[in-house]
Design a protein around this ligand. Structure first.
Ligand SMILES: NC(=O)c1ccc[n+]([C@@H]2O[C@H](COP(=O)([O-])OP(=O)(O)OC[C@H]3O[C@@H](n4cnc5c(N)ncnc54)[C@H](OP(=O)(O)O)[C@@H]3O)[C@@H](O)[C@H]2O)c1
Length: 314
């Protein structure tokens, strides 16, 4: 099968096309024929060797699956051949079984059905970003009706889902972004959008119930919280001093799981969460190199999608 791999850590030029065997599945896995995937910051951090992931080469990066099941393991009970699925695959600790490939092996517990009302390209933009946004907003911050929530970095892959999930929970949502993204963020429900280039959000926001930090700005996030407020960062780690002031402040690392992913898929199917795509590239050497460079700009607004194959004929 075709895959995009790296043979050593380095810059985007290390990404190149290769022919690899189709993965063999274990009893609790399915084989997915890929239609699309997407690029996340963890991909280029792993490519550079700074993410603490990946230990074997050739390394197949990529943690977003959208495709069709072509084979199921003997112990798989909830999915069948022909199901259209999405997943944030575990991609084993050595990162050799990623989603920049025509076929990916995925554990049954990581799968969810693709929402029927969106394309595979949109579906590929959901798993990693959507799951972490859901886990932080719903499971960790327990955002509920009437809460005032700040989402730092609202125009990013994660921020766009977090805003919409927080709105679906009934929260009042403030967010930070460059002016060029303000109309987009209002269109998906943000109540207050702050241009972080012009205004310190600490000057205008006070007494917040919850802060979701996607920009490594914990100190300022803590400054706007009520004494009982909660903060989760998916980038930085609160110091002991910061946790003394706000014991609930903590770092969160995504736990891949099909149950939370299915909850996001249901919000998408219900029209409560829209998928926002920044750009689209093919599964080629040039395509992946350009996609990584776009992600490394830190200014993608929405998800960077990689097209792999035509969707199945209906
Ligand atoms: N712990 C985990 O499990 C986990 C999971 C997923 C992601 N992450 C991390 O979370 C971070 C965000 O991920 P992502 O996928 O959302 O990244 P992304 O899509 O690359 O984020 C790009 C966005 O960040 C915004 N931005 C950049 N600097 C900003 C600032 N100072 N204030 C406000 N917005 C800013 C940009 O908006 P403007 O163009 O408007 O400036 C751009 O839209 C990354 O560091 C990623 O590695 C962690």
């Amino acid at each position: 099968m075709k895959a995009i791999v790296i043979d050593r850590y380095g810059d985007a030029q290390e990404l190149h096309e290769a022919a690899l065997p189709v993965p063999t599945i274990s009893a609790d896995e399915v084989l997915v024929k890929m239609v699309a995937t997407s690029v996340n910051p963890i991909d280029w951090r792993t490519r550079k060797g700074t993410a603490g992931l990946g230990a074997a080469f050739p390394m197949v990066l990529g943690w977003d699956v959208a495709g069709v099941i072509t084979e199921v393991g003997a112990a798989v009970s909830r999915f069948k051949v022909g199901d259209e699925v999405i997943a944030r695959p575990a991609n084993s600790a050595d990162a050799t079984r990623g989603s920049y490939a025509e076929y990916v092996a995925v554990g049954e517990d990581q799968l969810a059905l693709k929402p029927a009302n969106i394309s595979f390209k949109e579906a590929a933009a959901i798993p990693l970003s959507g799951t972490v946004a859901y886990q932080v907003i719903v499971n960790q911050l327990a955002v509920s009706k009437g809460d005032k929530v700040l989402i730092q970095g609202g125009a990013g892959g994660v921020g766009l889902y977090a805003i919409q999930i927080a709105k679906a929970q009934g929260a009042y949502v403030a967010t930070t972004a460059s002016v060029a993204n303000h109309d987009l963020l209002r269109s998906i429900g943000a109540d207050e959008v702050i241009d972080y280039h012009q205004t310190k959000f600490t000057d205008v926001l006070h007494d917040y119930d919850a802060v979701f930090d996607t920009t490594d700005d914990i100190e300022n996030g803590l400054a706007i919280l009520k004494p009982t407020g909660r903060l989760i960062s998916i980038v930085g780690r609160p110091t002991a001093a910061q946790q003394n002031g706000h014991p609930s402040a903590k770092h969160w690392w995504l736990h891949p799981n099909g149950r939370d992913l299915a909850a996001v898929a249901e919000l998408v199917a219900a029209g409560k969460v829209k998928v926002i795509i920044d750009s689209e590239y093919p599964l080629t050497t040039a395509g992946l190199q350009a996609a990584h460079q776009r992600s490394e700009s830190h200014h993608a607004h929405g998800k960077i999608v990689i097209t792999i194959a035509d969707p199945p004929a209906k």
